[in-house]
Design a protein around this ligand. Structure first.
Ligand code: GLU
Length: 316
């Protein structure tokens, strides 16, 4: 909604500029530097002397009158991420920085929109699992990059770019647990998962006798429940659970028997084709120029996970 208004005002600004014979379309104070960078990037690229970031900024077109242009003109891209998921979206308590692979993907997209100075124009807000669709629908965020599985139910109310990573649902237990080896073993056990996640739905379907009465808004609270014995297992995506193990390897382990495929997408307003195309273009560019792999290695890879081949983008 917010974006529609912004896009409309961007269109009006262009029309006004065109009518006034002013061909510098950037009408707001915030716009000019970004626009100039993109144009300069194009020229430099032709001369064959750009950095990767400049090349990315130069090659992805921002359609006139689109929400992407509105975001650029406003000078602000708002992205919902996790704050408690190590490796993907974590608010570092020592410096309050938001860190992780999802955050890096967000920065890559911001770089393509704004060019130089993009770091100051991207704003991260916490989006727990159950808030993701509402945050997109009510305009709290422009994008959700939050370990967010693409599926048909969610596609009824939001759209997705990507996928940019494929996870699989698995199980976290205490290191000395030998009873739980797969999803079937969760029947009759106390298991924790998170409201609004595919993880909760999947475990209810695949282990109908599991006691999943312990649910929270955040996975970190499930891990606390596991640590103090309120539950015997936590279930969600393997890569989320591996992050918690990396923080406490002497005490926790992932069972290592994934039972679903969870393609991670970037959620955005349903029907915003320009934004979806732009984000998909950004992902493909990041696959091609190595920045996706670099983002993975510096975040998830740091805990010893090998960098996979990125999944093909699905322009459904
Ligand atoms: N990827 C799953 C989902 O989108 C589980 C992880 C999460 O809740 O963020 O529901």
């Amino acid at each position: 909604m917010r974006r529609k208004l912004l896009a409309l005002s961007a269109l009006l600004a262009i029309t006004a500029a065109a009518c006034g014979g002013d061909d510098s379309a950037g009408s707001s104070e915030d716009t000019a530097p970004g626009a100039a960078t993109t144009a300069a990037g194009t020229e430099t690229s032709e001369a064959g002397a750009t950095t990767t970031a400049e090349a990315a900024a130069a090659t992805i077109e921002i359609p006139a009158g689109s929400s992407v242009e509105a975001i650029k003109n406003e000078g602000k891209l708002v992205i919902g991420v996790k704050y408690d998921v190590p490796l993907f979206g974590l608010k570092n308590p020592t410096n309050n920085e938001i860190e992780g692979f999802d955050v890096e993907i967000g920065k890559l997209i911001a770089g393509n929109i704004f060019g130089e100075g993009a770091e100051d124009k991207v704003e991260f807000v916490e989006a727990v699992s159950k808030n993701r669709e509402p945050f997109i629908q009510d305009g709290t965020v422009d994008l959700v990059i939050s370990t967010y599985t693409i599926n048909d139910t969610r596609k009824e109310v939001v759209d997705f770019a990507g996928p940019y990573y494929i996870a699989g649902q698995d199980i976290l237990v205490k290191k000395d647990n030998t009873a739980i080896k797969g999803v079937d073993d969760l029947n009759g056990k106390k298991v924790c998962s998170v409201t609004g996640s595919t993880s909760l739905k999947n475990v209810q379907e695949k282990a109908p006798q599991a006691d999943v009465s312990t649910v929270f808004d955040k996975y970190s609270l499930c891990v606390e429940a596991l640590n103090d014995g309120r539950v015997e297992a936590v279930t969600t995506d393997d890569i989320i659970l591996l992050g918690f193990v990396a923080e406490d390897p002497d005490n926790l382990k992932v069972v290592g028997n994934p039972f679903t495929a969870e393609p991670y997408g970037i959620g955005l307003e349903k029907g915003d084709q320009a934004l979806r195309d732009f984000v998909n273009d950004s992902l493909e560019q990041a696959y091609a120029d190595g920045s996706w792999a670099e983002a993975f290695e510096s975040t998830v890879g740091a805990s010893g996970v090998d960098t996979p081949t990125p999944p093909p983008v699905d322009r459904y």
